[in-house]
Write a new protein. Structure first.
Length: 201
């Protein structure tokens, strides 16, 4: 096997610098309440800042947006970084509105939002219904994450309160943990506003 010319993590760092201004712009103009460093943490987790990435499930581009999600916001070319990040930002905006009606605490709500970005809000709502059924707090992520993990087991994904069936619950739970850890790291090391504009090409 040949050695890559650019090691993956080095390539990710280079691409991160390239897309910094784009992520900042979307955070400011589409999501005024959201830190661009959180979007950057998502971009790293989703694609390692690879605008041509494609997942086994068909998610595409920098923020790994599904084609159906892109079409929901009128965006077709998900390999074009600006359009991809715009679609992701619009989806995050939608999820914030969705969860704002259900979860009052903003720190808790962020965890529900991130899990929904990964697996879809329907599966997270299923986990909330399971939590409530079993006497746990449906508005508390530490309770809901447990029931999201159970959604890979037949006895739970066939429960009458579950409307969206099977889910690989470990994926969104791990996703939330990794995004929040990386976000905390970025907050310590990366300025919120880039010093100079570095446009994605």
């Amino acid at each position: 096997m040949s050695t890559p010319l650019v090691p993956p993590l080095l390539a990710a760092a280079s691409n991160a610098a390239l897309y910094t201004f784009l992520l900042y712009t979307m955070a400011v103009f589409v999501l005024a309440w959201l830190s661009s460093r959180l979007l950057a943490a998502q971009a790293f987790q989703e694609s390692r800042f690879d605008a041509r990435a494609r997942s086994w499930a068909g998610a595409r581009g920098l923020m790994q947006v599904m084609p159906a999600t892109g079409r929901q916001f009128g965006i077709e070319d998900l390999y074009e970084p600006e359009r991809n990040v715009e679609a992701a930002a619009r989806f995050v905006e939608y999820l914030e509105g969705f969860w704002a009606e259900r979860i009052a605490d903003p720190d808790e709500r962020l965890r529900f939002l991130l899990a929904s970005y990964n697996v879809g809000p329907g599966h997270v709502e299923d986990a909330r219904r399971l939590a409530e059924k079993h006497g746990d707090d449906p508005d508390r992520w530490t309770d809901v994450r447990y029931w999201l993990l159970q959604k890979s087991k037949r006895r739970y994904y066939t429960d009458p309160v579950v409307r969206h069936g099977f889910a690989r619950g470990l994926e969104p739970v791990t996703y939330v943990d990794r995004i929040l850890r990386r976000f905390a790291h970025y907050r310590d090391l990366v300025p919120e506003r880039p010093a100079t504009r570095t446009a994605a090409r």
